[in-house]
Design a binder for this molecule. Structure first.
Ligand code: ADP
Ligand code: MG
Length: 304
């Protein structure tokens, strides 16, 4: 087990940001830590990385208690904080060399710097000031400083927030690539991010963990209350006759000959729709059941 959080609470003054949180991240896993703004994600990550203390509870990373072995723990962890604070006046290569020199890993600063510039695709920008880089390249610098000492555990707080769609894809690929041999915990409020890169998802809301599941299992665990089917016929059909199909609760025509049909209950109503078509001399051109997605699960669990 790479990260173990046991019964952690955190108060800021009288405000409770984390309420008795327990979670575990296994070695080699990529876990998505998702929740709405203010849920406590950044607070949890700052506690795991030893940047702020918990009010109560215990955290260990690779078997080391976070409070006691703070410096040792920092060597095990690469951390990209929210909003990626960097020194805008420093040059990329200069900054990464500076970060490398802090960790005494035994590898030369030059080699570490060269390797990380190569890995994160920063070569063309290495002699520029950080402040002059695009947001996508600044984020690469943030990832580079998190990865430079080759830590076993990566903690990434909203690594793709504020990037354009192309930059998002690039940074996700980098995380996937860099995360192959590492344990990764990444926070996000974007569900597609979790769908794209994570093995497991932990959902937090108002300082409380509300779900902790393998990505593939979370869908079946939270079944949508209704079936939603989209069907296209070759000709027009009548609302009223479609509504008479057993279990159908609503019928909506969205375009010419295309309908969205909602039905109650567990029994798949697609065969009934098909039979309806046969009886009414219609041809089914397409018939799709809309699967629930993480977005729905998330909204369901966080009551949004
Ligand atoms: P998230 O990262 O999920 O958006 P945060 O961990 O940043 O959530 O915040 C959780 C809660 O704690 C929020 O209500 C936030 O306002 C509060 N909070 C965070 N940092 C501080 C702080 N330094 N002082 C006071 N309250 C804080
Ligand atoms: Mg945050």
């Amino acid at each position: 087990m790479s990260i173990v959080v046991q019964g952690v609470s955190k108060f800021y003054g009288s405000q409770k940001a984390l309420d008795n949180v327990s979670l575990e991240v296994k070695t080699g896993e990529i876990v998505g830590f998702i929740g709405p703004n203010g849920a406590g994600k950044s607070t949890m990550m700052k506690i795991i990385t030893g940047f702020i203390p918990a009010s109560s509870g215990k955290v260990s990373v690779n078997g080391l208690a976070v409070e006691a072995d703070n410096l040792e723990v920092k060597k095990q962890i690469g951390y990209l904080p929210e909003n990626n604070p960097l020194y805008p006046e420093m040059y990329v290569r200069e900054y990464l060399g500076f970060v490398a020199s802090i960790y005494k890993t035994g590898v030369s600063v030059k080699k570490q710097t060269n390797d990380i510039i190569e890995l994160t695709g920063l070569a063309p920008e290495q002699n520029k000031k950080i402040g002059s880089l695009s947001k996508g390249y600044r984020q690469r610098v943030g990832l580079a400083q998190a990865l430079i000492h080759n830590p076993a555990v990566l903690i990434l707080d909203e690594a793709t927030t504020g990037l354009d769609p192309n930059q998002i894809v690039e940074i996700r690929n980098l995380i996937k690539e860099a995360g192959k041999e590492k344990t990764v915990m990444l926070s996000t409020h974007i569900m597609q991010e979790v769908e794209a890169i994570c093995d497991r998802v932990i959902i937090i809301d108002k300082g409380v963990i509300v779900a902790d599941e393998e990505k593939s299992k979370i869908y079946s665990k939270f079944k949508r209350p209704k079936q939603v089917i989209q069907v296209e016929f070759d000709k027009d059909a009548m609302d009223s006759s479609l509504a008479e199909i057993e279990n159908v609760s609503s019928v909506k025509k969205i375009r010419n000959n295309i309908w969205v049909i909602e039905a109650e209950g567990d029994e798949d109503i697609r065969p009934s729709i098909f039979n309806f078509a046969v009886k009414n001399n219609l041809t089914v051109l397409s018939l799709n059941k809309q699967e629930s997605n993480l977005e729905e699960v998330f909204r369901h669990l966080t009551n949004r």
